[in-house]
Design a binder for this molecule. Structure first.
Ligand SMILES: Nc1ncnc2c1ncn2[C@@H]1O[C@H](COP(=O)(O)OP(=O)(O)O)[C@@H](O)[C@H]1O
Ligand SMILES: [Mg+2]
Length: 386
């Protein structure tokens, strides 16, 4: 029943989430910044920290992983004791579980309970010092951890290198996050982070997405099974968000749908079908990543919309005040509300357009693309209910 017809996909793992390509196309600048920042770590052992910031699907995780893997190869050729560990802070969203996953990298038998955060920090330190390592810790989706008030762990890790004897051991941090992290930190942490080097990841253009899709298709699929128009279309659709994850998922879904239909080639019609399938999962993962007030703002928009195509920002803002109070929150100020709307627009969760009024003013209208506002509304209420 589930025998796969391998008419199109040659290597399914290349289309999975975990796959890290040898080369990240159009991320040469970011790689270069990382190499510059971390050269001293490799050469003399001093610690470094970097913040990789950008929207979903802009290659932050893949770049961080590729970079660490490349550093490891270089270090092992030169006989430099280096290592790296990646922590997904969405899956490990408390200080203890984030620390545990670092310790398990060295000692898989370490008990998962019974030790305090400071004991675990000491254990981690012992592992690093015993091996005289230059360790790189990647805290992926660190915003999730910080949102839960775990900034202290980040602070402790960044202080790891103080008061240690051996100058050749160190712990370096690569923190990966979406844009809106800094405003969430308290003053003390902000001053720590201000000194951290930021590497920015912008949304991919249509051309860039096309190159990414085409190179992934070359690696994953039987030659000649996807035409140029289909790749062009995938890039067009994904360029609305500049999101490579969406593009690769559409490529994968298109291939699976085509195989399911017994076709030997992906055509644009299949891509459109794949878009419909992919869109809802992408939207959901974006919703999960919104912070509280952006979620409340979006909920307010969906409540105003009902059956209308558009709602004015004025009306949406009034509803936002009501919604915020309903959830026991102080509504944020007008300028902040505008930021939220702009961010939601950037994420593709709402669409805004500005129109002139008869009396010479300008009004901004908000709509929700591609998903019925009722469906979106109930998803948001479910998320807020948790
Ligand atoms: N420049 C690139 N070249 C090739 N593949 C890429 C590139 N950028 C992203 N990808 C792929 O797109 C998907 C999403 O990238 P990811 O690094 O997870 O994004 P982010 O962490 O910014 O949300 C992954 O499958 C990744 O391999
Ligand atoms: Mg990521």
């Amino acid at each position: 029943m589930f025998e796969r017809r391998t008419t199109i996909i040659r290597d399914p793992k290349v289309l999975t989430f975990e796959y890290v390509p040898q080369e990240l196309i159009h991320r040469e600048d970011q790689m270069k910044s990382l190499r510059m920042l971390f050269r001293p770590v490799v050469e003399s052992g001093g610690p470094q920290s970097a913040f990789l910031i950008g929207p979903v699907g802009t290659g932050k995780t893949a770049t961080a992983r590729r970079f660490c893997m490349d550093v490891m190869r270089h270090a092992s050729e030169k006989g430099i004791p280096m290592d790296y560990v990646t922590v997904n802070c969405r899956q490990n969203n408390t200080e203890s579980s984030a620390l545990l996953s670092m310790i398990w990298h060295f000692d898989p038998g370490y008990p998962d309970r019974g030790f305090s955060v400071s004991e675990m920090l000491r254990t981690l330190k012992r592992h690093v010092e015993k091996r005289r390592l230059r360790l790189m810790v990647v805290l992926d989706e660190v915003d999730v951890l910080i949102k839960k008030g775990a900034d202290d762990l980040v602070y402790q890790l960044s202080r790891f290198n103080e008061e240690k004897g051996d100058p050749s051991t160190s712990l370096s941090l690569i923190m990966v996050s979406q844009e809106h992290i800094l405003e969430r930190l308290d003053q003390a942490s902000i001053s720590t982070f201000k000194r951290v080097n930021t590497v920015r990841f912008g949304r991919y253009s249509q051309r860039e997405l096309r190159d990414i899709v085409s190179s992934r298709a070359d690696m994953a699929m039987v030659p000649g099974t996807i035409d140029d128009d289909s790749m062009e279309l995938i890039a067009d659709i994904a360029s609305e968000w500049g999101d490579a994850r969406f593009a690769i998922e559409m490529l994968e879904k298109s291939a699976l749908l085509a195989e399911e239909d017994g076709k030997t080639e992906i055509r644009p019609e299949i891509v459109r079908e794949a878009k419909a399938l992919t869109y809802s999962t992408i939207t959901e993962s974006k919703l999960e990543q919104l912070d509280l007030h952006r979620t409340l703002t979006l909920l307010a928009v969906t409540r105003c919309l009902k059956d209308d195509a558009y709602v004015t920002t004025g009306k949406a803002e009034k509803t936002y005040h009501i919604v915020a109070e309903e959830y026991g929150e102080n509504p944020r100020k007008h300028t902040q509300f505008w930021n939220y709307i702009n961010d939601l627009n950037d994420l593709g969760l709402v669409h805004t357009k500005v129109q002139g009024d008869p009396d010479g003013g300008r009004t901004t209208y908000i709509s929700v693309p591609d998903m019925p506002s009722k469906v979106l509304r109930s998803k948001l209420e479910e998320i807020l209910g948790r």
